[in-house]
Ligand binder design. Structure first.
Ligand code: SAM
Length: 239
């Protein structure tokens, strides 16, 4: 009897895990530092190279595009790693212009991102938690009471001004949107699968990526041709 109850429970848990994975795939959620390895690559290698190149050409500006940003956690994480990379290289963030643009075709998602409020759970994170270290939480979040946030999601934290002022969101469909500038990094994770014409979107992103810029893409790496060099997991460098 006891064994059959245990087997039943284990079976239910497994079904629950599978269900959660399916939901994560389909409900368009993201998370802080999602996927973490690619962010660590940016911090250790990708950004130092971009920053060095920019310094050589006296362009103290870093432009980043996050396509399909959903609720914005990964977009804020991009801004976080840029500021961290500048600090690690001894650069003053005041001397650098950092502009991270998140776009999503779903306006409800981008409106949430704009406010920078995230549910405060055991660790800070939105509906999906990300691997936020204690130091990152202290550096980039503050607790703040806000009636709207409390009503909507319970205890909440807001990302600090240093991130908010460098991170912008727009409601745009990448299949029709024409960016008005080029980018040093374009992140397009788990988005092309929803596009009618992924190769056309990839073509557009290629056109809007600076030479030597990085594309972070997870769905259609087979469409990423000899114009990129794979450098790490989902990261490709424009040749
Ligand atoms: C699975 S989520 C990926 C979230 C995020 N990119 C990540 O991986 O951390 C897909 C997101 O892409 C958005 N999306 C789908 N098609 C899009 C399009 N054509 N233009 C802009 N966003 C799109 C959806 O609204 C959704 O928020």
């Amino acid at each position: 009897m006891l064994w059959s109850v245990l087997f039943y429970l284990m079976g239910s848990l497994k079904a629950l895990t599978i269900l959660q994975l399916i939901m994560r795939e389909d409900n368009g959620l993201t998370g802080f530092f999602f996927s973490v390895d690619d962010f660590e690559y940016l911090l250790a290698f990708g950004l130092p190279e971009i920053i060095r190149r920019k310094k050589e050409t006296h362009q103290n500006k870093i432009d980043v595009l996050d396509v399909g940003c959903s609720t914005g956690e990964a977009t804020y994480s991009l801004t976080t790693v840029i500021l961290e990379a500048l600090h690690l290289l001894g650069e003053s963030e005041k001397k650098w212009e950092v502009d991270v643009l998140g776009i999503d075709k779903d306006s409800i998602r981008t409106s949430d991102s704009f406010r920078g409020y995230y549910k405060r759970s055991p660790r800070i994170g939105a509906l999906l938690e990300g691997p936020l270290s204690k130091i990152r939480v202290e550096d980039y979040f503050e607790e703040r009471y806000d009636h709207w946030a409390e009503f909507k999601m319970g205890p909440a934290c807001i990302v600090k001004q240093s991130l908010i002022e460098r991170t912008h969101f727009r409601c745009e469909d990448i299949e029709v949107y024409t960016p008005d500038r080029d980018f040093d990094i374009i992140r397009c994770m788990a988005v092309l699968r929803y596009c009618n014409n992924p190769s056309k979107v990839l073509e557009k992103l290629y056109g809007n990526l600076n030479d030597g810029g990085l594309l972070i893409e997870s769905d259609f790496s087979n469409l990423i041709t000899e114009r990129y060099k794979p450098v790490y997991r989902y990261v490709y460098k424009k040749l």
